[in-house]
Design a binder for this molecule. Structure first.
Ligand code: UDP
Ligand code: MG
Length: 323
């Protein structure tokens, strides 16, 4: 494996990360010699400025000036992390065309510690052609709000039971990938992108490496509770039709129950006459059923909105500047 022209390209989405970037560059500079010595890898970057309103872009320009292997792409506005990842991967494939080049996705905030790269690349190299991805997962979620952890666990349990693509609880996007893996993900034509699922979808052989949770080095998380909730719903809609099946089955069950109920009412009226009563039960039935109908409509609407997004075929981002 001593090929000295191999590159390891770090793909980093950055949104208002002026506080973390200097530490990220330091951390990368620190592992570079080891990666070069042990695996003959040169470290390169594609950093994506996702419409930051702070000095992120200035820092990226400055870094590119001192290290021409450190490329950047800057969006016209904030298009979201998924768009940043896609742009980063597409540009990385173009800028690092070597057949043996490796690619790694990482956050700008050092929550994906670059020091782990050595172990990750070693796992890939030792696996030879049998391993395509060296991925990481967090062994614990220490330092994270407990409610967020609880919902994350629930999400992974749910996801794994209703979708064909298996996702490991705590899995990060932080993974070193061979070229064919990145190419496969970039080539997927869908607009509504849920990378955690897309990265697993290809079914490539993956070696998992666990590490303790690291808190953000600086700045603050871009995700709030509702943001994560929407992300989770996007993930479910993108990788499972279970909600649609559920409402069909629910509809069928309610229909069968109502047949039984109908028979019961009919027989009772025949036997005991029909004194006017039952207003409360009627109101209950109406509210229950219209609630169920609205829920069903909402679920269908969710899928429809994703289909709408797909059919518009809008590009996922607009680039203003790249180097
Ligand atoms: N990010 C981005 N665009 C966004 C939101 C986030 O490019 O609209 C980047 C952010 O700069 C960071 C990564 O995505 O590098 C993960 O975000 P963050 O650390 O805020 O999420 P957390 O680690 O809390 O899940
Ligand atoms: Mg983070």
């Amino acid at each position: 494996m001593g090929d000295s022209t191999r590159a390891l390209c770090c793909i980093v989405p950055c949104y208002n990360e002026e506080a973390s970037l200097p530490a990220l560059f330091d951390a990368l500079a620190e592992v570079s010699p080891a990666l070069g010595r042990e695996f003959g890898l040169t470290v390169g970057c594609v950093l994506v400025d996702d419409g930051s309103r702070d000095r992120t872009l200035e820092l990226l320009r400055a870094q590119n000036a001192v290290d021409p292997n450190c490329h950047y792409v800057s969006f016209t506005r904030n298009f979201g992390k998924e768009a940043g990842l896609l742009a980063g991967m597409a540009e990385a494939l173009r800028l690092f065309p070597g057949e043996d080049d490796l690619f790694v996705i990482m956050d700008a905030d050092l929550q994906d510690p670059p020091s782990l790269l050595v172990d990750m690349v070693r796992a890939l190299d030792e696996g030879g052609d049998d391993v395509d991805v060296a991925a990481t997962y967090r062994k614990s979620r220490a330092g994270e709000p407990p409610i967020r952890s609880a919902f994350s666990h629930l999400f992974y349990r749910l996801m794994n039971s209703i979708s064909d693509v298996s996702m490991r609880d705590g899995a990060r996007d932080f993974r070193v990938m061979r070229r064919r893996v990145v190419q496969t993900v970039v080539d997927l034509p869908e607009r509504v992108r849920f990378s955690k699922g897309l990265l697993m979808w290809g079914g490539f052989r993956t070696e998992w490496i666990g590490y303790e949770n690291v808190e953000r080095a600086a700045g603050e998380s871009k995700w709030n509770f509702w943001g994560l909730m929407r992300y989770a719903i996007d993930g479910i809609v993108a990788f499972s039709v279970a909600p649609l099946e559920l409402i069909s089955v629910g509809g069928l069950v309610v229909f069968l129950l109502s047949l039984v109920f109908l028979l019961f009412i009919f027989v009772r009226a025949l036997l005991f006459g029909d004194p006017v009563a039952g207003w409360p039960s009627l109101v209950c039935l109406i509210t229950l059923l219209s609630g169920l109908q609205l829920l069903g409509l909402g679920v269908v609407g969710l899928y429809l909105s994703k289909i709408y997004a797909e059919t518009k075929r809008r590009p996922l981002y607009v680039i203003r500047e790249e180097r």
